[in-house]
Design a protein around this ligand. Sequence first.
Ligand SMILES: [Zn+2]
Length: 196
Amino acid sequence: MQKIGTDVYVLDTHGHSAILSNTRLILFDTGIEEDATRLLAEMQITGYKPTDVQNIILTHRHMDHIAGLKKMKTLVDAKVACHELDADVIGAIDDRLTDSQIYEGFLVIHTPGHTEGNIALLDQEADLLIAGDSFRNDPDGLNHMPDNYNNDPVQHRQSIKKLANFNFSTAIVGHGDPVEGDASNLLKSLINKNGW
Ligand SMILES: [Zn+2]
């Protein structure tokens, strides 16, 4: 588990989950099925109880981000949200999100191409992006997701360009360490380097 700033924790699940506390607790992604127990244990280390979770926001429908949901739902009484285009595949979704809406204080940015309903969530006040699998952070820097995991590789790159139009210093990614300090500029560099 890694703490970012004062109120964000990145959890050691497959496809990193994150929790953010502001006035209430929001969980982003739920890992694989076996992650649910670990997720709750890590949450307790932060001083929170499972019942403190009021919202679960899923960045996309891949199993390493959602398979823990079923177990989590038996332990927490939280509203579950994801983009409308991934909602039917995931099932049991309370709130279907669309591009540009503000949800629980986050700007929903639709970033299709990894999956149809892939999203990133921007907290403009905290200067923080929950990127999910909109891009990844490799040991040698930011990169697109491997194309065998992308439903539309060209659209996936267009979505990275879309994200680079926003400003954020910190990004939490599903795969790789959190990016701290200069995240949106690093994304712009990735685009320039590849000529996207
Ligand atoms: Zn994924």
